[in-house]
Write a protein of this length. Structure first.
Lengths: 547, 553
């Protein structure tokens, strides 16, 4: 009977409207998912889509209404507004935000078999993990976790009497360094484990109130499994001379850790369920009047059930809108949104097709020879296919001497804007100062951001980093991504290039790294700044020409 | 009933049936336990709750809500109820998570409050052990960690650089040492740089940068708190100053290190001798003698100690003793070590020179001849001995004393004919008896040895016989210079010949090299003056003439 009711949908208008609304940010989502797929730590998202789809199908009764609850209206309003902003400014990330809100509104308008008081909306948190943390917060989170877990792993290795040195998150053992390549990429499985935690909440009908606790549990177990992984690799290498840090063994270890983390999440779920189980009310009616106890039971009632159906949940309708009006508005909105999206998407993709990938750029060893007065090139090396993990997938490195200071120039390729301060931080350098300078603001030169950062390490060596970023066509990329306002400013203020894709696509970092045993004076720093400006211009010309 | 039930089989084999029953009961027990363990035991009271989990109609007043005492009562009651009502039977599957969290907490707690000094001492043990076993990789790891714990310990960084050298990473080691020196002024690293980055045996070829590096690094070494480093720095500075010709300053450094390094006493004594400090000579030479005596008594066959002891004795004017010491070494080597024999002859030549400086009586002359006779017997080819013989024969050329004549004859009789002709020829040359000199020197030159000294002296003799012999003299001089191209005496000979041949420009280049020997500078300046005169460079000629006159005065 349930099947026949599910198939029997005489009123198709709501379904068409919701379908149209979900399609509104589609092009942005395509761009967003393309970018997401290039990041290892987010490659779980197809599983997420499938899992949410299965849960939706299994819980949906087949009935859906037009937005008729306050929640649905509110979510839809935010979603529509986000879609407008995302379309105008061509922001894939905002496109994903809008999609999630519209999806939330859709869920709240669906009739489900189960889901407790939250109805189908209880599925919504599972889809949140599609959204990447903005402003590089995801990198900061994973690196924070990696640094902390590395410290604990180091302590465990000390207890196991395995001599090692920990620099940032890189371990140096007698048989060589470990995790150099992961030094600036953080704990890879963090978001996968967090996704599992969110899925668990949805799947087992846990109270959404406890979602932060499950997220914290996800972070905790991702961290613990990272400790296990690091310690296992070090122990295997030192005691049995088995290399678990590369190849299929590393993959197997990674999957074992991920599986163990999921099992531990289930174990944690049991613990949380015991802790947050409802409290029985007193038999004495007078004593039953306890607001704390009542609130507890009200919020955590779902912890009582074992994922069983709590009966059909129908959205609480506040007022049915005018059907024709809603259909017309939705159609107009979708058309309006799709027009700028298509225009931007076509322009963007054709622009991208013409962009030479930075990876294809080949620098000649003598690129910097005789280009900068007073500079002596001491060494040049090239790293491709991660032959030098510390320098990324593909990079060119020059060692040069300028005014008595020996510096390292590295041009490295990345799949998006990459904050090198994070990498140096993970390699044991403590950041003392970081600021984004713009030549245009300083001396009326070209509008080109440059990050200046000062570091110091445990041996009191001072490090000076300057880097700028170029897109695949050799155009400067904005680096103001430390605050939300900067982020929006960089989106809004795009100058003559409204589809500035350097931000989201392939980039090349041009860095100048200098170390000194004593702090450099202002004159020396100025000399380095001038040198960096010269070098990045030479590199830019080379990339633009496609040398 | 329609329900199919399997009829129990009658087991023919009782044992098989028992095993099967046991197995089945075990499996069902495990299943029961695990099911019980993993399932969530819903407490009985939950069944009774029903709508009770929903808040009853609250008849609470605002005053009650605002009354903290009510809240306290509610909180206490809630806590009590909460504690009693947990479904503890269901906690089983949560145990792994709890254990994991407890272990993590314990590890974090221990990490937070661990003793750094304990870790430091543990890694010190690792470092010592790996250094002993030669496990450089582990030692480097231990040093890295120890440096992180105590960045001020420069010795660890120095040790790391040394280990990098052992691993073949000398460039990296150099970089680390340079950093230690430039930013931390670490003496031991400075000493390493001096010993490894500078060619101490070839100081003369250093660039100005290397000189300044040496001075800077030595200064840092001397400021080191380590006595050994200071001592090494002073020793290096003393050698450097000696090579630069700063004898007095060098001696100042030597004087501070000799007591600890008595092997340097001999060098100090020679510097004192150069400086005319006889007291210093005797002091340091005595120190050197004592040192090498002790060494020689430990290993009597060690030729270097023997030679050094002999040298020390010579500085103490005990040349005969030195000669005997060297000869005893020669005997110990079963007459194989000709160098010791030659050195013994040189010691006697030195003795002869000292006697010559003391007095010039006929008895002294006799003694000198006797000493040289002994020396010539030991080393008939030795230049120093032959020079001394020539000198003494020249001195007594007019002496008609019978005994002297006998000795003069005996001296040259004991040696090979070529050397005898060379001596006689040279003496004749010095006596300006060119014809006789030519005869003897030509006879000496006919031998297979073709000694450059013989050729040079013959060239001198021929150049004094007039223009007809000048080309022959030049060819002989060229032959002598082929063997010893930078010898100032030989360059002087050729220069003088070229002046006579009128090839002034060629002559000047030879004569300028000849100026290196101050004892012939007078004649060289005079020849240069005439050469410049002929080339019309009057000013230069005049200056050389003045220098020649100055030398004469």
């Amino acid at each position: 009977m349930a099947d026949s009711s599910k198939r029997n949908r005489p009123d198709s208008l709501p379904l068409i409207c919701w379908g149209a609304l979900l399609v509104a940010p589609a092009l942005l989502m395509v761009e967003y998912c393309t970018q997401l797929w290039r990041l290892d730590q987010y490659q779980y998202f197809p599983v997420l889509v499938i899992a949410v789809g299965i849960l939706f199908y299994s819980r949906w009764s087949g009935a859906v209404t037009l937005p008729a609850t306050w929640t649905a209206w509110l979510l839809l309003a935010v979603g529509v507004l986000s879609t407008i902003l995302a379309s105008i400014y061509w922001s894939p990330w905002f496109g994903c935000v809008s999609f999630l809100f519209i999806f939330g509104a859709f869920l709240s308008s669906c009739e489900g078999h189960s889901g407790g008081d939250w109805g189908m909306l209880s599925l919504w948190p599972a889809s949140w993990m599609l959204l990447r943390l903005p402003l590089n917060l995801d990198y900061q989170l994973t690196n924070w976790l990696q640094l902390n877990t590395a410290n604990i792993s180091s302590h465990i290795l000390d207890r196991l009497e395995i001599p090692h040195r920990l620099t940032g998150s890189v371990f140096y053992l007698a048989n060589g360094p470990l995790f150099v390549e992961a030094a600036c990429s953080g704990v890879q499985s963090l978001f996968s484990v967090m996704f599992c935690a969110f899925l668990l909440v949805v799947w087992l009908h846990r109270s959404p109130i406890l979602l932060p606790l499950y997220a914290a549990a996800g972070i905790l177990w991702a961290g613990i499994m990272n400790i296990v992984r690091v310690t296992s690799i070090a122990v295997a290498q030192e005691w049995w001379r088995v290399d678990l840090s590369h190849g299929w063994r590393h993959e197997v270890l990674g999957y074992i850790c991920l599986l163990t983390a999921i099992l531990m999440l289930l174990s944690t779920d049991r613990f949380l369920r015991v802790i947050f189980y409802p409290v029985p009310t007193d038999r004495d009616v007078e004593r039953r009047v306890n607001p704390l106890q009542n609130a507890w039971n009200k919020l955590l009632e779902s912890m009582r059930t074992e994922g069983e159906s709590a009966g059909r949940v129908v959205p609480k309708v506040v007022q049915q809108p005018n059907r024709k009006f809603v259909g017309a508005v939705v159609a107009a909105f979708v058309c309006l949104m799709l027009i700028p999206e298509i225009v931007f998407a076509v322009a963007a993709w054709s622009h991208k097709a013409g962009v030479r990938r930075v990876a294809a750029w080949q620098a000649s060893p003598d690129l910097l020879e005789n280009k900068i007065p007073g500079v002596e090139i001491l060494e040049h090396s090239e790293s491709t296919d991660s032959t030098n993990p510390a320098l990324g997938q593909s990079s060119h490195m020059w060692v040069l001497r300028n005014n008595g200071l020996v510096s390292r120039v590295v041009v490295s390729q990345h799949s998006e804007v990459h904050d090198l301060c994070t990498c140096y931080g993970a390699n044991g350098w403590q950041i003392k100062r970081r600021e984004v300078l713009n030549d245009a603001a300083d001396n009326g030169a070209e509008d080109w951001d440059c990050i200046h950062a000062d570091f110091v390490n445990s041996e009191t060596v001072f490090g000076y980093l300057m880097f700028s970023t170029l897109d695949g066509q050799g155009q400067p990329v904005r680096l103001r991504t430390r605050s939300l306002s900067d982020y929006f400013l960089s989106r809004v203020d795009r100058g003559s290039q409204p589809w500035q894709f350097g931000f989201d696509g392939d980039t090349a970092n041009v860095q100048l790294w200098t170390t000194s045993d004593t702090p450099l004076d202002a004159q020396q720093i100025q000399s380095l700044e001038t040198l960096h400006r010269h070098i990045r211009q030479v590199i830019r010309t080379s990339i633009s020409k496609g040398d | 009933m329609g329900l199919f039930r399997r009829k129990p089989r009658i087991e023919t084999d009782f044992k098989v049936g028992l095993v099967r029953r046991l197995l089945n009961s075990t499996i069902s027990a495990i299943r029961k336990v695990t099911q019980g363990f993993f399932s969530f035991h819903t407490p009985a009271w939950v069944e009774r709750m029903g709508s009770a989990v929903r808040p009853p109609r609250a008849n609470l007043t605002t005053a009650q809500y605002l009354n903290p005492i009510y809240w306290l009562v509610w909180a206490t009651r809630f806590s009590f109820n909460w504690l009693l009502s947990r479904p503890y039977r269901s906690i089983g599957p949560a145990v792994p998570a709890l254990v994991g969290c407890v272990l993590l907490g314990a590890a974090y707690f221990e990490l937070r409050f661990r003793s750094v000094s304990h870790r430091q001492s543990a890694y010190r043990v690792v470092l010592d052990r790996s250094l002993k076993t030669g496990d450089n990789e582990t030692a480097l790891v231990a040093i890295g960690t120890l440096t992180d714990i105590d960045p001020a310990d420069l010795n660890l960084r120095y040790l790391r650089a040394i280990l990098e050298v052992k691993r073949g990473n000398k460039d990296l080691a150099r970089e680390q040492m340079t950093r230690l020196v430039e930013s931390k002024r670490y003496g031991e690293a400075a000493l390493w740089l001096i010993q490894n980055e500078l060619d101490l045996k070839n100081m003369g070829a250093w660039t100005e940068l290397q000189h300044s590096q040496f001075r800077m690094w030595t200064e840092i070494t001397l400021q080191s708190s380590n006595d050994n480093n200071q001592h090494a720095g002073r020793t290096l500075m003393a050698s450097y100053l000696l090579a630069r010709g700063s004898y007095a300053e060098s001696l100042r450094y030597f004087s501070t290190v000799v007591s600890r390094s008595p092997e340097l006493a001999y060098t100090a004594a020679t510097i004192c001798k150069h400086q005319g400090d006889t007291r210093g000579v005797s002091t340091y030479a005595a120190q050197a003698r004592d040192y090498y005596s002790a060494k020689l008594s430990q290993s009597p066959t060690d030729r270097l100690n023997r030679i050094n002891l002999a040298r020390s004795l010579m500085l103490l004017s005990r040349e005969v003793e030195a000669s005997e010491l060297l000869m005893s070494g020669y005997e110990l080597s079963h007459q194989q070590d000709q160098e010791l024999r030659t050195a013994a002859a040189e010691a006697l030549a030195l003795y002869e020179k000292r006697i010559a400086q003391q007095t010039s009586s006929p008895e002294t002359l006799m003694k000198r001849l006797q000493v040289l006779q002994s020396a010539l017997q030991l080393a008939p080819d030795n230049t120093n001995v032959i020079d001394a013989v020539i000198e003494v024969l020249f001195e007594c050329r007019e002496n008609r004393n019978e005994e002297v004549l006998t000795l003069k004859t005996a001296i040259v009789k004991g040696i090979d004919p070529e050397s005898a002709h060379f001596i006689r020829g040279t003496v004749a040359l010095l006596d300006n008896n060119i014809a006789e000199a030519r005869v003897h020197l030509e006879l000496a030159a006919k031998s297979n040895k073709q000694l450059p000294g013989v050729l040079n002296n013959l060239a001198v003799a021929l150049s004094n016989l007039g223009e007809g012999e000048l080309e022959h003299a030049l060819s002989l001089s060229n032959a002598a210079l082929e063997a010893m191209p930078e010898h100032p005496y030989f360059r002087d000979t050729r220069g003088q010949i070229l002046v006579k041949l009128g090839r002034y420009q060629d002559a000047i280049s030879d004569l300028e090299v000849a100026l290196k020997a101050p004892e012939i500078a007078k004649d060289v300046h005079a020849a240069l003056a005439s050469a410049y005169d002929e080339l019309g460079l009057k000013d230069l000629a005049e200056s050389h003439r003045l220098l020649a006159a100055g030398n004469r005065e």
